[in-house]
Design a protein around this ligand. Structure first.
Ligand code: GLU
Length: 377
C-alpha cells in the first residue's frame, strides 16, 4: 500500500480533463493511431463507469488533415492550416465516435474558440453544455475551432485549451498525455544527468525556466506550454499530471493511484484567485436586492442565489455579466455572474425556480447566480 503522499492526485479526482497531443493521436503525423485511440477510449470508459466525469481535449486535426491531403510539411499559410484542420477534424471525431461506441458510449464534438471563453455569456453557455454532457456520461471531444480562428485570436495550443476547459468545468485534475515521460530537470535529449521531476508546485516560476523549448512539428505544445497550462489550471484549484500517453493503461493506473510522470500540484490559494477576479471587477452591470432569507443563505449557508430570494433588480445586464447583490439596507454583500438577463430576471424574481420554465418558456439554470460564480464581499 502506498501512503497518501505517494498516491497520484488522479486517484481522488471526480472530474477530469484529459488532453492528448497531436504526435500521440496521429502516430507522429502518420495518420490517426486508431489502436491508441481505442486504448484511451477503453480506459476512459472504465473511469466513467466508476463514476468519474471525463472530458477529452484532442489535438491532431491539422496533422490528420495534412496526412489526408498528402502534405508532408506543416503549411505556414493560415488558410491552409484551417483547411487541413477542417479535413482532419472529421477523421478525429470519427475515430473517437467509433472507439467509444464499441462500449455503448456517446461522444460529442465541442469546438471552442478563445472568444467563446473570454465572453462570459458564451463561457457560461459552453459550461452548461459541457456539464450537461458530463451528467449524461457522454464524452465531450474538444478541440480548438481552428477553421475560424486566426493567430491573433487563437488559444493556440491544446495544453492551454485543456487548462481553460479545466477552469470552465472546474475539473479536479488536468491530465496532459504526451510523447515524453513528463517534465525533466533538463532536456533529456541533451543532458544525460536530467531526471524526471515527480512532483512540483503548479505556478512555480523555476519550472518555467527548466521547461524551455517549443513544440514538435505536429502539434503546438511543448513542456513550457504544459507548465503554463498547469499554472492556469491551478487557478480553479486543479492539479495537473504530465505523463506519457504510450504508457500501457496510463489512465486507469493513474486513477488507481499510481504516480506516473510529473504531478504539478495546485495550492489552496488558487481557488480564491478565481473569486478574486470576480471581486476585483470595478464595475457591476446591475444590482439585485436580496431579501433577508437570501442574504442568510448566501453568507451563512454557502448557498447559490435563487430567483425567489430577490426582491428587485436594476441595471442593464445580459446573461454572464457581473451583478452586485445588496441587502435591503443597500449594503453590497456579494457579487457574481448572473445566469439571466435583466429582462428575464425581472420576470422570474420572487418566484420559485420550478416556475422559471413556465414564466420564460425555457430554463437555463435553476440558480440566478451559481455558488461557484459568486464571491462574498
Ligand atoms: N488544434 C490543433 C489540432 O487539432 C492542435 C493544437 C496543438 O497541437 O496544441 O490540430
Amino acid at each position: 500500500m502506498s501512503s497518501p503522499s505517494e498516491e497520484s492526485i488522479v486517484a481522488s479526482a471526480r472530474r477530469l480533463v484529459i488532453k492528448v497531443g497531436s504526435s500521440l493521436v496521429t502516430n507522429d503525423g502518420r495518420g490517426i493511431d486508431h489502436a491508441a485511440v481505442a486504448r484511451w477510449a477503453e480506459q476512459i470508459v472504465i473511469l466513467s463507469k466508476a463514476g468519474r466525469q471525463v472530458a477529452l481535449v484532442s489535438s491532431g486535426a491539422i496533422a490528420e488533415g495534412m496526412q489526408r491531403l498528402g502534405w508532408t510539411s506543416r503549411p505556414s499559410a493560415i488558410h491552409e492550416l484551417q483547411a487541413a484542420a477542417a479535413v482532419g477534424q472529421m477523421g478525429l471525431v470519427q475515430a473517437y465516435e467509433v472507439a467509444f461506441s464499441r462500449f455503448g458510449f456517446h461522444t460529442a464534438q465541442i469546438l471552442l474558440t478563445h472568444e467563446d471563453l473570454a465572453d462570459r455569456r458564451r463561457y457560461l453557455n459552453a459550461r452548461s453544455t459541457l456539464m450537461t454532457l458530463l451528467g449524461l456520461s457522454v464524452i465531450p471531444i474538444i478541440n480548438e475551432n481552428d477553421t475560424v480562428t486566426t493567430d491573433e485570436i487563437k488559444v493556440g495550443d491544446n495544453d492551454t485549451l485543456g487548462a481553460l476547459v479545466t477552469n470552465l468545468i472546474e475539473a479536479d485534475v488536468l491530465v496532459l498525455l504526451t510523447d515524453q515521460q513528463g517534465l525533466h530537470t533538463g532536456d533529456p535529449r541533451k543532458d544525460a544527468a536530467a531526471t524526471l521531476l515527480r512532483r512540483g508546485r503548479a505556478g512555480d516560476a523555476a519550472l518555467e525556466a527548466i521547461a524551455g523549448g517549443a513544440g514538435s512539428q505536429h502539434g503546438q505544445g511543448g513542456m513550457l506550454t504544459k507548465v503554463l497550462a498547469a499554472k492556469r489550471a491551478a487557478r480553479s484549484g486543479a492539479s495537473t499530471v504530465i505523463a506519457d500517453g504510450r504508457e500501457p493503461d496510463v489512465l486507469t493506473r493513474l486513477a488507481a493511484g499510481e504516480v506516473i510522470g510529473t504531478e504539478l500540484i495546485a495550492e489552496a490559494m488558487t481557488l480564491a484567485a478565481r473569486k478574486q477576479w470576480l471581486a476585483n471587477h470595478v464595475r457591476v452591470e446591475g444590482r439585485l436586492t436580496l431579501d433577508p432569507g437570501a442574504v442568510r443563505a448566501l453568507t451563512r449557508e454557502g448557498k447559490s442565489l435563487l430567483p425567489i430570494g430577490v426582491s428587485a433588480c436594476q441595471g442593464r445586464f445580459e446573461r454572464g455579466e457581473i451583478v452586485g447583490c445588496f441587502d435591503i439596507d443597500g449594503r453590497e454583500i456579494a457579487r457574481g455572474l448572473i445566469n439571466y438577463s435583466v429582462s428575464e430576471t425581472q420576470r422570474i424574481l420572487g418566484k420559485p425556480s420550478s416556475e422559471i420554465e413556465s414564466t420564460l418558456g425555457y430554463v437555463d439554470e435553476r440558480e440566478l447566480i451559481h455558488r461557484d460564480n459568486l464571491v462574498l464581499l
